[in-house]
Design a protein around this ligand. Structure first.
Ligand code: EPU
Length: 438
């Protein structure tokens, strides 16, 4: 299939418009979920194909809207993008457009990562300033400062960032904060820069290591992925490769949070426990039994869990993206838990939706104080972003009655076959079209 809108497995057209999920009290859960390739890796791997002429194949690709949007972006630049079952084939020609237009970038913030590859290969890039999720402004100053250190010059015009450079040159760069996107952009620029680039205080996420692994297969010379310092020796040319996307730790966490709410025993095939150690330690201290092996994770929750305190931190700390799931689990656990957000200013929009379901959550600055209840009550609620949507699903599983989560398109951005996978472990869920005027 050439780059077209996703076909959802639950029969909808996937456009999302007015789709909602209807969820009824479910559990105990039982069965196996196959974990998808990571959204936050595959989008960057797709951008990396801009770095070399040739035919790439990416495997273990999630069937999510963001992948199709990234495909649309690359197609608009002249690449040929063909989606298959769990694969995407990308042919990058000798010449490409170097413009990433707002109509597409506005739908997917991750598209900012085309900036580094475009400057590295073509010496120019015009990229609309990104949009993304509904959780506050997310600047790109660190991306630009790092690229400037390598010789690029930028101006901003009509909402676009326009970058130019004759030849990128290696530089020593210290990031103010281990930004995932800045690390990826700078790494993809440095692989074709003249000389050696050392980037300190970089992000250490498994998705960064996945990108470094693909770039090294393409002929790059990157060392230090997974540590705080990347050393990159620039090379003159790179070549196309095949690559398999790393497992999605956020999808694994989502099904574990569902289990915390509805209880039971599930198997997560393909989950990687060593990519989520801190979260697993917290879940164990709440009372979940977690048994990892080489092929995945088995998790058991016999009854109500106990509350804990959690702070979000850059990897290997507890990811900010887990936080809505953790808050949802705490609304049902025994006791009071305090969740502290250290990455994004305003990422608590889903709390007012949980409150509509009867949850007791008090926001105090960047802390959420969550008092567990025996049971929430089903309600009409809205998904403000991908993880907020998943958090409401978790709360809905053990709520009394029925919950309708609107704005399903946010969830479709990040979860393959959300309805089918949940139904497969015993969740009473369906996609419905709801008239929001009522
Ligand atoms: N930041 C700056 N300046 C920059 C770059 C970042 O101030 O130049 C700030 C941001 O405003 C934010 C923090 O640094 O407060 C973290 O931003 P980071 O660059 O690390 O995040 P990102 O690359 O934009 C990725 C994930 C997010 C995830 C964050 C943090 C993708 C596509 N997105 O975003 O995932 O929340 O890292 O881990 O990889 C999601 O999957 O739902 C999602 C939003």
């Amino acid at each position: 299939m050439k780059n077209e809108a996703p076909q959802q497995h639950d029969g909808s057209d996937g456009a999302g418009g007015y789709s909602s999920f209807r969820i009824r009290n479910s559990g105990p859960l039982e069965g196996t979920v196959r974990i998808q390739g990571a959204k936050n890796s595959v989008l960057k791997l797709m951008a990396a194909t801009l770095l070399a002429e040739g035919t790439f194949r990416i495997d273990n690709v999630p069937d999510i809207t963001d992948v199709y949007t990234m495909g649309e972006l690359l197609s608009s630049m002249g690449l040929t993008v063909t989606h298959g079952a769990g694969t995407v084939d990308i042919v990058c020609p000798a010449e490409c457009s170097t413009v990433a237009p707002y109509e597409i970038v506005g739908r997917i913030r991750a598209s900012i990562v085309v900036l580094g590859p475009l400057l590295a290969r073509f010496g120019e890039a015009t990229v609309a300033l990104p949009g993304g999720d509904n959780f506050g402004s997310r600047p790109i100053d660190m991306h630009l400062r790092g690229l400037e250190a390598m010789g690029a010059e930028f101006e901003t015009e009509h909402g676009d960032v326009i970058g130019r450079v004759d030849n990128l040159v290696g530089a020593d760069i210290l990031l103010d904060f281990p930004s995932v996107g800045a690390t990826e952009n700078l790494m993809m620029a440095a692989v074709r820069a003249k000389g050696i680039t050392v980037i300190d205080n970089v992000a250490r996420e498994p998705e960064i290591s996945d990108l470094a692994e693909m770039l090294n297969k393409m002929g790059a010379k990157i060392s230090g992925a997974g540590t705080s310092t990347l050393t990159i020796e620039g090379v003159d040319s790179l070549h196309a490769v095949d690559h398999t996307v790393v497992s999605d730790r956020l999808e694994s966490a989502t099904y574990m949070a569902a289990l915390a709410s509805a209880h039971g025993e599930i198997r997560l095939d393909g989950a990687r426990a060593h990519h989520m150690e801190m979260l697993l330690a917290k879940l164990r201290s709440m009372g979940m039994t977690i048994t990892p092996d080489d092929e995945g994770i088995t998790a058991v929750v016999p009854g109500r869990l106990t509350s804990v305190d959690v702070s979000t931190l850059p990897y290997p700390g507890i990811a900010t993206d887990y936080k809505p799931l953790i808050v949802a689990m705490l609304t049902l656990s025994e006791g009071v838990g305090i969740v502290t957000e250290n990455l994004y200013a305003g990422r608590f929009a889903y709390v007012s939706e949980l409150t509509r379901m009867g949850a007791s959550v008090r926001i105090d600055g960047h802390h959420a104080v969550v008092k567990g209840s025996e049971q929430l009550s089903g309600a009409r609620v809205k998904a403000h972003d991908i993880r907020a949507g998943a958090c409401l699903m978790v709360a809905a599983l053990s709520a009394e009655g029925e919950t309708i989560i609107s704005d399903a398109h946010h969830i479709d951005r990040g979860y393959t076959n959300f309805v089918g996978k949940l139904q497969g472990i015993g969740v009473d869920i369906e996609r419905v079209e709801v008239d929001r005027r009522r």
